[in-house]
Design a binder for this molecule. Structure first.
Ligand SMILES: [Zn+2]
Length: 292
């Protein structure tokens, strides 16, 4: 009787060891999957709470686009343009691009500081250099890539790519590019922290039904603050975020007021420190006011 009991506990112990060894092998071979599971769990505990606010008429002031152009407190950029297969860039769109630090890399000028800060902090933290595989692409380059990769689902048709606006960067570190980027320490850092620099992972895992693009842990899109933080912490796509901003409403988050309005003249709260205005690529503008 005792012998049988002993044999039973040996079997249980062996099974336990087997599962444990299996888990260790999984963690070693699949650091990217483990990272994504951990990320999903932390995100579910740390949501960003965006609140709708309303103003009385006497608290608001009307401002026209030409007044905004003359206002030095306003930055005009393209950071919140929703660009996808349904909302393609118009033929008249002209990107606000420049060369990043004599590198030959062309991107939207609004990305310079944000990218530089992230790349520098990565060198400091990991002693590793972040490289850009692709940044701005003009419409003919986008068309070529789209033809080349037809059927792979990895390149947008002409007009539907954020690269054409200079707002997206495909990044990698030596030895880790593409999906493999997420197996590297830097790749995981970028995927977890890029929001702190104003970027989002534009095509996150598990959201292909909304973005219509497979997971791309290397494709960063600049959206600025506090939008990157809200999108990351609430684990939503850029599509869902833009849709959540109803026309004419005001939203409060942290030290920011966000409002999306149609393009005839804008009603804004009278007091703010600085502001960013960007078209949404759907005929409206999104204005982000910093209150402190
Ligand atoms: Zn890309």
């Amino acid at each position: 009787m005792k012998k049988i009991k002993n044999r039973k506990s040996v079997i249980i112990l062996l099974l336990f060891l087997l599962v444990f060894a299996g888990a260790l092998v999984f963690i070693t071979l699949k650091p990217d999957t483990v990272f994504l599971i951990k990320q999903r769990i932390t995100q579910s505990f740390d949501k960003a709470e965006v609140k709708a606010v309303s103003y009385g008429n006497d608290e608001l002031t009307q401002i026209t686009y030409s007044e905004i152009e003359r206002d030095s407190n306003f930055i005009i950029d393209n950071s919140l343009m929703l660009i996808n297969q349904e909302n393609t860039l118009s033929d008249s769109f002209s990107p606000n691009i420049g060369e990043y630090k004599d590198s030959g890399v062309i991107m939207d000028k609004g990305l310079f500081k944000a990218y530089e800060k992230m790349a520098n902090e990565i060198i400091e933290k990991f002693d590793d250099k972040l490289y850009i595989m692709s940044a701005y692409r003009d419409s003919s380059e986008q068309e070529d890539i789209s033809q080349e990769k037809k059927g792979e689902g990895t390149a947008m048709p002409e007009g539907a790519s954020e690269h054409q606006a200079g707002l997206a960067l495909d990044v990698y570190v030596k030895g880790f590019a593409g999906l493999g980027f997420l197996k590297s320490e830097v790749g995981q850092y970028v995927n977890e922290k890029c929001w702190e620099y104003g970027f989002i992972i534009r095509y996150p895992s598990g959201k292909t039904n909304i973005t219509k693009v497979e997971f791309e842990p290397w494709h960063l899109r600049y959206v600025g603050f506090p939008h990157s933080e809200i999108i990351y912490r609430n684990n939503i796509t850029f599509e869902e975020y833009i849709e959540s901003l109803e026309l004419g409403e005001f939203y409060y988050y942290d030290d920011y007021i966000i409002t999306r309005q149609s393009s005839e003249g804008y009603l804004l709260p009278k007091e703010y420190k600085s502001a960013v205005i960007s078209p949404d690529n759907m005929g409206n503008y999104i204005i982000t006011l910093k209150t402190k």
